[in-house]
Structures are given as structure tokens and as C-alpha cells.
Design a protein around this ligand. Sequence first.
Ligand SMILES: [Zn+2]
Ligand SMILES: [Zn+2]
Length: 333
Amino acid sequence: MISEHDNFVDKHRMSVFLLKRVFVLLIITRSVTNCFIQYGESVMNWLDFFTATILSYEKLIFLCTIGLAIEYFWPNEKNQPSKTILFNFIWVLNFLLVGNILMIFVGRSVGPIIAALGGPWFDLNLPDTWWAWLVHFGIFIALYDFGYYWMHRAQHSWRWFWCHHKLHHNDEHVNATTSFRHHWMENVYRVPFIVIPMSMLVEIDSSMPVILFDVMLVWAVFTHLNVRLDLGPFTRVIAGPQYHRIHHSNLPVHQDKNLTAYFPIWDVLFGTAYIPEKDEYPTCGTVDGETVWSVWEANVGVFKGWWGLLHPAPGPAQGDPALESPEGSTPRD
Ligand SMILES: [Zn+2]
Ligand SMILES: [Zn+2]
């Protein structure tokens, strides 16, 4: 005899499956974090590093779980395969560990480079009030988005950069967990494209990077939500789930559009904006349909791509089509 409980489990099989795994991941990360907090301080500095990394992981999983819960009630694409979500959860830990190790070394170069170039060049001279802080933060986030826009544009137009960025795009079932499916190399590129130019222009209040980091995390999950939500007249003002879904579309007409992270004004100004119709929610992935299911491949794919660019196959085929940028036809370097 089939019980009500069995019926429920059967009906919500994927959700139960996911929730169980999220729960286990949270327990594991919390236990490891507690161990590090308890014993790490007096042992070695590297324990602080792992503690910080695992705390970040816990935060990302938490945000993704909230996103998945929203998607559960208001899904755009129904019954997304759970393996894509699990893969993204595993990848995020890999991304954080390798990315943070790299940033220990890369981050040290920022201060000396800014000092050598004589930055920051402009002093905003804002008064010490809450509204001045908000203005400062507005300038800060707009500058960040401007730098991100050009980095992202380079990732889509230059094959050498596309080799790492395609990992973010070959998720065919975009959802909250896609937010952090980036190659760790992307963090390194943020330094010359965003961090150094911003720091050269204006002095940054030390409290802002921390706040911006949290805003970025929440906004990243929001824009990748698998929900049917168009922002109406605000579509041109703030990037939302529909606006960013166009960016992940596998349709040729949407390629290289909507590159901004927060403010579509940059897309509008530089000719890459695509304002979707009310019911326009395209399928996602790359034009060639290539995807990745192996953590190893996700890590080393960029190097294979570079090798392919250095040693293109002879003949009319001109190399591996998997290395092509989203449009898949135009030479991009
Ligand atoms: Zn992109
Ligand atoms: Zn995205």
C-alpha cells in the first residue's frame, strides 16, 4: 500500500533529492569550519585561509539554496536535471579553493602597481555623511560594472578569453547555482580589468569592497534565477533574470548581448543591449551545444583550448569548433 509520504516523495523526487544533498553539504562544511575555528587559530595561517574559503562556500550554498527554493515555486524551465545543480555545487568549492590560492599571489601585486602608477588620481572630497557614502558606493559599483562590462566583452570577443568563460555558458539549464559556475582564472582577470583601473581613479572606502562583494553574490543569484520575471520598465535600468537569460541563450540572435552585470546602460551605450519581449525566455547553452560534466575537464579545458589555438588543425576546418566563440564563425582574435 502506497502511503501519503511515498506519494509526496515520488511527486517531489528531484526536490527531495536536492534538499538532502544540500543539507549534507551544509553539515559537512559547518563541521569542517568548526574544526578550523576551534584549532586553526593557533596552528598555522593557512588554516585561516581554508576557514575563510569554507565560510565563503557555505555562504554561496546558502544563497543558492534560497534561489533554488524560489525556482521551485515559480519555475521557468520545469524539471531541470539535478545533476547540473550538483555539478555546480561541487564546482563552486573547486572554484573557491583554486581561485583564492591564486588571489593570495595576484592580490599582492595590486598595491605596488597602484603606488607605481601614482594612483588614485581623483579625490572625491565627499563629506562624512550617509548620503555621501551612498553616492560613493554608487560611483564604486558603476565603475565596477563598467570594468566588468569590458572584461566580459573581451571574454566573448577574444578566443583566448572565451576558453575559460565558456564554462559559465555551457550550463544548458541556467539556475541559481549557475551564478558561481565560473573558471577560477576569471578572478585573476578581474584584477587588471576592474580592481586596478578602479583603484587608480578614486580612493575606495575600505568598507566598500566587503559590501560590494555581498551585493555581487546576491545579485549574481538573482540574475541567474530560473524564474519568469521581467522587470518591465526597469529592464533597461537594472539587470534581472530575464535580461541575463538572454545573455545565456543558445540562439544566434542573442549571442554577445546583455554583457553587463548590474546596469544595462553600458549595453545600451555600447550597442550590446537586447531588450527581450515579455514572454521571451530562450533555451540556454552554447551555440555548438558543447557542455562539461567533469570537474577535471572544467579545470583544464582552458589550457586545452589555448593549446588548440597555438596549434590549429591544418586544413579548411581551422581547428576545433569547440574553441569557437559563441557566434561560432567569426575569427575573434
Ligand atoms: Zn558571458
Ligand atoms: Zn551568467
